[in-house]
Design a protein around this ligand. Sequence first.
Ligand code: LLP
Length: 436
Amino acid sequence: HGTSRVNDKGHLEIGGVDAVELAKEYGTPLYIYDVALIRARARAFKEAFRKQGVAAQVAYASKAFSSIAMVQLAEEEGLSLDVVSGGELYTAIQAGFPPKRIHFHGNNKSREELMMALDHGVGCIVVDNFYELELLEQLGKQYGKTIAILIRVTPGVEAHTHDYILTGQEDSKFGFDLNNGQAEQALVRTLSSSSFSVLGIHCHIGSQIFETTGFVLAAQKIFQKIAHWKEAYGFVPAVVNLGGGFGIRYTEEDDPIPVSEYVDQIVSEVKKQVSKQGIAMPEIWIEPGRSLVGDAGTTIYSIGSRKDVPNVRHYVAVDGGMSDNIRPALYEAKYEAVLANRVLDEKNEIVSIAGKCCESGDMLIWDLPLPKAKPGDYLAVFCTGAYGYSMANNYNRIPRPAVVFVENGEAQLVVKRETYEDLVRLDLPLKTKVNK
Ligand code: LLP
């Protein structure tokens, strides 16, 4: 997929660059991003909105993968940016991302984080709860500013890949409940306060979703309320943000639909609702993370040890694991992989790929057909671009891998590999009380 292909050495090539050469140059594990594919995904979303002739913002949910170069790429592609913490905001600011196109999310933003957002003049704050409303109201007064906000609502539509749970009152830590009056209470409170300018409504129904139904249902539920809010308070949203969650293909079990289909269904539902109510068409915002960067990322590992359990299983270990990809351990997520240096060799073995962390659950892939792998071979695991590096950790004091961008035959290092010195950089020695 993307610009990936097999070159005449039988090696995996991405963005016109030999992945085996990259592994040799930068070491393993190594995340490689196909920049052209990220651009194509971003353009597909934007093009879908353009075709529908509606004003829109496509915000990259930077939790999927945040780094300075990635934020700069998002900016180059005309995306907006969703940040959920002071750290993601700091990264965006360091990258020179225009603050007006940053949307600040999170269910427990601290006063310091909110002040940071106000100091930098972020475009809007997605308000999640009453505590935050109070904090923001004080800050609005303190700064003498009107703060542009979206109100995050929980519409009572929860989408899990293929099934939709519709509940009167969703059990979720996020947002104001749409169905029990909390959202309305938040709206009334913000409309009557000089600290706020209420841009509109936000919701996010889930992640790795393969159907449009959940988005359409969520839009319907929101607009049912808007009809009432217009009557009661004269409120008409300038923005309706329907969140992210568009699914991608990790393995053949996944069956994603084109992004244009989500956009078309969302836009036509909003158009329908708007004309029914005779109100102006709001800007439609979405915030994809995974679907912008997920399948653009590939992780290259070196093959190391092996354990054969006779008649049961062949364990083949790589030099990373749950430290660079926690998704299999956390969600039983499934991946596909090939030997990057022998892509076309006959797959004459079924093996299970183990990580190197001291935990039995640190398995990356079960039952993977591969050519007989030996030390010195490289394993390429596909679709690790979202929630891979961003959820990487130092369990077992394993340094986090480097990240390389490739495009048009050129590679650039965008995140350096962590070193052992980095690992102890924040450590301080023990003040000993024992006399030796
Ligand atoms: N907007 C909001 C408010 C979100 O909470 C999320 C993801 C997104 C947008 C982006 O969703 P996406 O388009 O990437 O599905 N760590 C998990 C995924 C957690 C998603 C959390 N929220 C994973 O590795 O699957």
